[in-house]
Write a protein that binds this ligand. Structure first.
Ligand SMILES: NC(=O)c1ccc[n+]([C@@H]2O[C@H](COP(=O)([O-])OP(=O)(O)OC[C@H]3O[C@@H](n4cnc5c(N)ncnc54)[C@H](OP(=O)(O)O)[C@@H]3O)[C@@H](O)[C@H]2O)c1
Length: 284
């Protein structure tokens, strides 16, 4: 679809990938943007953006979000559902609420957003779902997170064959991103390698949307690696093994730090959304 002159609703827009997408879209001619997150302070300086503070894990808030955005912008052409979070842990908490919280935000929220959006409009629309490479293979310490991203992948696999023609549905598989996603999970997490900037991923997503793609790998080598692994399944198991060692070491460090009665240090991730920008006529 042409990106210029369209009305967008972006969730998870206060940081990382969502914020990078908002910034890129705001450079494109004639766009109207509604940006959603719980903490909308980072969006306050962007006067051209209508920001909404709400928790997308609640169905009544999803309805309010779509109704407010439609009233404010006079409709919605495209929703990009970026809100999401992760856990890094061994799966042993025996805490139902813990499981429920991540599925509510990462799975139920985008799916209900799509359903409600479809019901509210009969025009041609687009919906972008943010999965992850961890929706294609799992890593130790991220079983629950991975389960939520596999759920989105499974959904699209069926849904693409039944969706209405007026809907363009696109699923995105980012690799690890340099965002506050990791800091929010826990301290001193062994970050995945390689890491991509949120800005680079945002541009890949908008290019995919412009080209009407159904799936977007924000890093083309990651798609090649998956293909190579299908032919010779050694790459993913090797990566999983390395990450098992890193996870075990992280757990040991954490236990040691707890024994000493001190928190382990936090390795800072820099959210880089300010690098290259799109011109206002790009993608028109
Ligand atoms: N970072 C990675 O390595 C990576 C890799 C692959 C896929 N992804 C996916 O990419 C998406 C964006 O992640 P990111 O890296 O940009 O993380 P991030 O910087 O932590 O941003 C997450 C965004 O989601 C919002 N959010 C979370 N829970 C919410 C809720 N209940 N209601 C409303 N907003 C909520 C946060 O805002 P508030 O806290 O202000 O509400 C924030 O704006 C996520 O779906 C993530 O799973 C990330």
């Amino acid at each position: 679809m042409k990106l210029c002159g369209k009305k967008y609703l972006i969730t998870g827009a206060s940081s990382g990938l969502g914020l990078a997408i908002v910034k890129q879209l705001s450079h494109i001619k004639g766009t109207k943007i509604t940006a959603v997150a719980r903490n909308i302070k980072p969006l306050e300086k962007m006067q051209e953006v209508f920001s909404l503070s709400l928790d997308v894990a609640k169905p009544e808030n999803i309805e309010q979000m779509i109704n407010s955005a439609m009233n404010h912008m006079g409709g919605i052409d495209c929703i990009i559902a970026c809100a999401g979070f992760g856990y890094y842990e061994r799966f042993e908490n025996q805490d139902y609420g813990h499981i429920e919280r991540i599925f509510q935000t990462n799975v139920l929220s985008p799916l209900y957003t799509l359903e409600y959006f479809l019901a509210k409009t009969s025009s041609k629309i687009a919906f972008v779902s943010i999965s992850s490479m961890l929706g294609k293979f799992g890593l130790p310490g991220m079983a629950l997170y991975s389960a939520t991203k596999y759920a989105l992948d499974g959904f699209q696999n069926s849904y693409l064959h039944e969706k209405p023609k007026r809907l363009h549905y696109m699923t995105v598989y980012p690799i690890g991103l340099k965002t506050s996603f990791w800091e929010r999970i826990a301290t001193d997490i062994p970050l995945p390698r390689p890491l991509q900037t949120a800005n680079t991923a945002a541009i890949a997503i908008l290019m995919g949307l412009r080209q009407n793609k159904q799936t977007v790998y924000t890093s083309p080598p990651s798609k090649l690696a998956l293909l190579a692994n299908n032919l010779l399944p050694i790459f993913v198991p090797a990566y999983q093994y390395i990450n098992k060692l890193r996870f075990n070491r992280w757990e040991e460090r954490r236990k040691y730090a707890e024994m000493l009665g001190a928190g382990v240090g936090c390795s800072p991730c820099v959210a880089d959304v300010s690098a290259d920008s799109l011109g206002e006529n790009d993608f028109c």
